[in-house]
Design a protein around this ligand. Structure first.
Ligand SMILES: Cc1cc2nc3c(=O)[nH]c(=O)nc-3n(C[C@H](O)[C@H](O)[C@H](O)COP(=O)(O)OP(=O)(O)OC[C@H]3O[C@@H](n4cnc5c(N)ncnc54)[C@H](O)[C@@H]3O)c2cc1C
Ligand SMILES: *[C@@H]1O[C@H](CO)[C@@H](O)[C@H](O)[C@H]1NC(C)=O
Ligand SMILES: *[C@@H]1O[C@H](CO)[C@@H](O)[C@H](O)[C@H]1NC(C)=O
Ligand SMILES: *[C@@H]1O[C@H](CO)[C@@H](O)[C@H](O)[C@H]1NC(C)=O
Ligand SMILES: *[C@@H]1O[C@H](CO)[C@@H](O)[C@H](O)[C@H]1NC(C)=O
Ligand SMILES: *[C@@H]1O[C@H](CO)[C@@H](O)[C@H](O)[C@H]1NC(C)=O
Ligand SMILES: *[C@@H]1O[C@H](CO)[C@@H](O)[C@H](O)[C@H]1NC(C)=O
Ligand SMILES: *[C@@H]1O[C@H](CO)[C@@H](O)[C@H](O)[C@H]1NC(C)=O
Length: 622
């Protein structure tokens, strides 16, 4: 542990640390001043709730944890609960705690209902204050033993307190309390993040799930962003299925994820966010006109094209849990449109290996045309015991008639026919986007406890010549033969209509957002898992990186072990984002693993694996 003077010097020595203390508030143009009334609070506790403080940075190397002298007293936590009107959840238990006789709330019958299908439905987890869809990143400390070879149940990488926030002032309370006490702060919306960025051992969590207001505004004008038209102002807890339904009722659509339960107004939109509409209207973040947010100072502000413009830029793509906690987002509403979609599959069990791979090879030839046409294809390549399964899950063509979509697919379908592949493309036309979305995409599952996923945004350069397409195909095939599960999204991310923002610059030349996953035996030891995951990065992912030099990955669907994540997840936006992080959050109140500026900290996990089950501590050299 660093001695006190050394640490303080290290923090203040560089100019990047010295400036923000003076300038932290300069950028905060207008504050909405939802002040928390501290009148009844005793003078000893009052300082824990004040906004705009410079935190006491003479605490330890790590954030403050239970057992530390600086850990807030019970009275302090009680006061936090009281000030929020009783919205603080203390000592939340993992869902699977009901399976363990030594846990409070043990309930064998309820545990028995956690069959694979029930447990893996994302609906079950999204309503829980702490559960994440990435058990591997949580630290796997409490899983249903009837499904997994589980060792027991403890809270692990889950938080110790949860602020069930429904209003900005609940968020302000938690932010101020965390900044003033040094307790680790996290933000959880649905918990969908692949890397576990909505978790954190013994943290104070702001749970945004219940900020569900949706307001439709028929006419909104922002001349800076060149927009005049209808918008939705949405609470940040609103999910895909909710906003799509609300939009449908107004004859509108909004850019959001394909996944039904994704928190499209939370981490999704701050991280960029791809959508079945991305080929037409860009990423989720490109469609944002304004945020309301609580800053690291605890101020409640508007960030838009004229107010807090740096924050507005950073929140559009810079990643969640990094610059502020957003409480609402105002997004463009587009006119509803027709859609044609196709779902089908074939397998090497029917075709034999040679024909199967010829079919995949010929498919690669159509990706650029499909992307240019604004279509979005979610397709999978799954190896099982030496056979390979391909599926369109689906091909999705917004704004296209059945005839237009069929014409687009025809060149490849002709090749499939020539190869003798039997398939039934089931090309279906829908009058409304909402109906097309609902019948076309699967309800996705919680991640398995033995999987890590890496991603790559393959740019146009990978498709320019037949040789390049052959090279990409061979790498995809090799990954399959090595038993990697693959999910690809063939699309383009149109340039932002609203001008520059912090969305990863690697999205723009992209034709395929591609993912592969490594799986390990469920009973592997930590050392075995680490070795497998390192090899996955060094070999499988590296081979994809080698053929796409200068490209990147997607920060929300990626591996915690992604090397050079700053460049991979933000491209040429990273230097400016780093500068803004130091200015807007000079004391690192916010942190997310692989987030902007996260190089300064590390979760020191108990088992040495990349997960949230450990203390968050400073990296001395960073
Ligand atoms: C089944 C499934 C389907 C998916 N489909 C898509 C898809 O179609 N397109 C796509 O682009 N991605 C998709 N994703 C990835 C998804 O975008 C990310 O998981 C994203 O992080 C989800 O945001 P969330 O707020 O729901 O999740 P969370 O895990 O709760 O949050 C993600 C991150 O954002 C932070 N955060 C959340 N809300 C706020 C807020 N209000 N203010 C500040 N920080 C906040 C959290 O702290 C965390 O760091 C999918 C993921 C899954 C598991
Ligand atoms: C700052 O931290 C030190 C060491 O934990 C403690 O002695 C001091 O009282 C703290 N100051 C404030 C204002 O909380
Ligand atoms: C969180 O708040 C919402 C909205 O008030 C409420 O419906 C829900 O029951 C709360 N959840 C928990 C776990 O306290
Ligand atoms: C941006 O926010 C400010 C502060 O709330 C507001 O005055 C201004 O009208 C907003 N801009 C637009 C285009 O709505
Ligand atoms: C794959 O093969 C293994 C070993 O032969 C077998 O146990 C398993 O059931 C097979 N899986 C499938 C999906 O066929
Ligand atoms: C197809 O290829 C896989 C390896 O890539 C092999 O395991 C399998 O046996 C092959 N199937 C046939 C029928 O040759
Ligand atoms: C074709 O797709 C539509 C829409 O997804 C579905 O309703 C229909 O059942 C499918 N038909 C077949 C034969 O699978
Ligand atoms: C995991 O289980 C397999 C099959 O039962 C066994 O061969 C292997 O030794 C086990 N590995 C560990 C690390 O326990």
């Amino acid at each position: 542990m660093a001695s006190l003077p050394v640490l303080v010097t290290a923090l203040l020595a560089t100019s990047t640390w010295a400036t923000p203390i003076l300038s932290a508030n300069i950028n905060i143009g207008s504050s909405l001043n939802v002040d928390v009334d501290l009148k009844g609070v005793t003078s000893t506790l009052k300082s824990l709730f004040e906004p705009n403080t410079i935190p006491n940075i003479t605490t330890s190397r790590c954030k403050v944890y239970p057992g530390d002298a600086a850990w807030p007293s019970d009275d302090a936590w009680t006061q936090l609960n009281d000030l929020s009107g009783g919205r603080l959840i203390a000592d939340p238990t993992p869902l699977a705690a009901v399976c363990y006789p030594d846990q409070p709330g043990y309930d064998a019958a309820r545990c028995a209902s956690y069959t694979t299908s029930e447990w893996q439905r994302s609906y079950m987890h999204m309503h829980d204050p702490i559960e994440m869809l990435s058990p591997v990143a949580q630290g796997m400390t409490c899983l249903p033993p009837n499904l997994f070879d589980s060792q027991g149940c403890s809270r692990g990488g889950f938080p110790k307190y949860v602020m069930n926030a429904t209003e900005p002032k609940h968020v302000q309370l938690a932010v101020n309390f965390a900044r003033n006490t040094g307790v680790r702060l996290i933000v959880k919306n649905t918990g969908h993040d692949f890397l576990g960025k909505s978790g954190g051992k013994d943290a104070l969590s702001i749970w945004t799930h219940w900020m569900k207001d949706i307001e439709y505004i028929e006419q909104y004008t922002d001349s800076e962003l060149g927009y005049s038209g209808p918008v939705f102002k949405s609470g940040t807890g609103v999910q895909a299925f909710e906003i799509y339904k609300a939009a449908h009722e107004k004859g509108r659509i909004v850019v959001g994820g394909e996944g039904e339960t994704v928190g499209v107004m939370g981490g999704y939109i701050q991280g960029g966010g791809h959508s079945p509409l991305t080929g037409l209207y860009g990423t989720g973040a490109d469609n944002v006109l304004a945020f309301e947010a609580v800053t690291a100072d605890g101020e409640f502000v508007v960030a838009n094209s004229t107010s807090n413009t740096d924050l507005f830029w950073a929140l559009r793509g810079g990643g969640g849990s990094t610059f502020a906690v957003a409480t609402s987002v105002t997004v463009r509403a587009h006119a509803d449109l027709e859609v044609t979609a196709s779902r089908f599959g074939f397998s090497s069990a029917q075709t034999g290996n040679e024909t199967f791979w010829a079919a995949i090879r010929s498919y690669v030839d159509s990706w650029v045309a499909n992307a240019d046409a604004g279509t979005y294809t979610y397709w999978t390549l799954i190896p099982t015991n030496g056979t390979f399964a391909f599926a369109f899950s689906p091909f999705f063509a917004p704004g296209k008639s059945k005839k237009e979509a069929t014409a687009l697919l025809q060149p490849w379908f002709s090749q499939l026919n020539e190869l003798g592949v039997e398939f039934d493309p089931n090309i279906t036309h829908f009058d409304h986007y909402y109906d097309a979305w609902r019948s076309s995409f699967p309800l996705e599952a919680v991640q398995k406890p033995n999987v890590a996923t890496g991603s790559r945004l393959f740019p146009r350069g990978n498709f320019e010549t037949a040789e390049k397409r052959q090279e990409l195909f061979e790498h995809i095939k090799t990954s399959s033969e090595k038993n990697r599960v693959q999910v690809h999204f063939n699309m383009q991310a149109k340039d932002p209509a609203g001008g520059d923002n912090a969305v990863n610059s690697h999205w723009r030349p992209m034709v395929s957002f591609s993912m592969q996953s490594v799986r390990w035996p469920i009973n592997s030891t930590a050392e075995q898992i680490l070795k497998i995951r390192k090899d996955f990065q060094d070999v499988d992912m590296q081979s994809w990186r080698d053929i796409s030099p200068g490209a990147g990955g997607y920060l929300a669907e990626a591996d915690r072990m992604e090397p050079n994540f700053g460049d991979a997840f933000w491209g040429d936006k990273y230097p400016k984002l780093l500068e803004l992080k130091k200015r807007l959050d000079p004391y690192d109140v916010f942190f997310a693993t692989t987030g902007v500026g996260s190089e300064r900290w590390k979760v020191e996990s108990i088992d040495g694996l990349p997960n949230e089950n450990g203390k968050l501590c400073r990296v001395e050299s960073a």
